[in-house]
Design a protein around this ligand. Structure first.
Ligand SMILES: [Zn+2]
Length: 353
């Protein structure tokens, strides 16, 4: 079976992988469409934790069910499903403590393309179909369903942990696909003013479409100063970090209100070392600002609820898909596109048939 794998850090290749073996709660699926994302770029080129040899990459996928195990109730062959990027083990007892993403071990919720074979292959296994897979409503396009599984849920996770209240001023730092969905999520949560920080014209245009009231760029001066000037010197109620390197955390602290402000990070920080927290704007340890650092929410109910939001017109992630490629073997080109980011790219979708 043909699969696109991480041969060794920094090197990808096509590999004749072992067929997935069906388990009693599981399903074997065939990808209909997949998308590489920045996380795959980090996995391949950014170091990170040690991976098993020839790990099959990929975690963004819509698929057709081929076979199901004897215990599976809600899915049958030929069903079209969205496969969540984050697939917690709902049978782990730590789930009862609401520890969805790190039950038993750190990042246990992020399995596909990390601790189990990913979706960039001709077939793959989801070990627990009923708790993981999401039925795609007939009204939802393939683009919309594919964007639901990671990009929308991650951006919305940022907005949810930002604890946005109606009328809040929110800053979203970084307007790649995730940040754009954080903008959309902030709007849905009731933000009044949404200041997006970004520069690439294709993303600036989409940020406005998704609800940004202002777009600012580092090219026009210090970002923190711009936000403070726009908010009469008090800063925003919430800051969502969806891009940037370690210094972005300092910016977020500097621009977020004392006493009631929340900082919600959904950004990936590469490398090792430390994330700097500024002594002054953390109030010398007494600022009253809350910091969340979160992996996206996953699982079946989450993705089905996101597709309900799409179905009823609350959000449309389809415009995020700016590029289409055809054939599973094009996933390699798509990965390089996500790494090199041509100026008109937001997300690339690979149609597998
Ligand atoms: Zn992803």
């Amino acid at each position: 079976m043909k699969a696109f794998v991480l041969a060794e850090p920094g090197k990808v290749t096509w590999y004749d992988a072992k067929e997935p073996e069906l388990v009693s709660n599981g399903a074997i699926l065939r990808p209909i469409a997949v998308a590489p994302c920045s996380s795959d770029v980090h996995t391949v080129f950014g170091g990170g934790s040690k991976k098993q040899p020839n790990l099959v990459l990929g975690h963004e996928c819509i698929a057709e069910v081929l076979t199901v195990g004897e215990n599976v109730k809600d899915f049958k062959p030929k069903d079209r499903v969205a496969v969540p990027a984050i697939t917690p083990n709902w049978r782990d007892k730590s789930i009862q403590e609401n520890n969805f993403n790190h039950a038993k071990a750190p990042f246990s919720g992020h399995q596909l393309g990390r601790s189990q074979p990913g979706v960039f292959s001709e077939r793959f296994l989801i070990p627990d179909a009923d708790t993981t897979l999401a039925h795609i409503p007939a009204e939802i396009s393939e683009e919309q369903a594919l964007m639901s599984v990671d990009v929308v849920t991650t951006g919305f996770t940022g907005a949810e942990y930002a604890d946005i209240k109606m009328g809040d001023a929110v800053c979203v730092i970084g307007i790649g696909p995730i940040g754009l969905m954080a903008v959309a999520g902030a709007k849905l949560r009731g933000a009044a003013r949404i200041i997006a920080v970004g520069t690439r014209p294709v993303c600036v245009e989409l940020a406005k479409q998704y609800g940004a009231t202002d777009v600012i760029s580092y090219k026009n001066g210090d970002v923190v100063q711009q936000v403070m000037d726009m908010t009469n010197g008090i800063g925003v109620d919430a800051t969502i970090i969806a891009g940037g390197n370690a210094e972005v955390l300092t910016q977020a602290y500097d621009m977020t209100r004392y006493g009631v402000g929340t900082i919600s990070n959904i950004n990936y920080f590469g490398g090792t070392g430390y994330l700097p927290l500024p002594i002054f704007s953390s109030g010398r340890g007494m600022c009253g600002k809350t910091l969340h650092m979160e992996l996206a929410k996953g699982g079946r109910v989450r993705i089905e609820r996101i597709m309900e939001l799409i179905k009823y017109g609350r959000v449309d992630p389809a415009p995020l898909v700016t590029h289409h490629l055809y054939g599973l073997d094009k996933v390699e080109d798509a990965l390089y596109m996500m790494r090199d980011k041509p100026s008109d790219l937001v997300k690339v979708m690979v149609h597998c048939d």
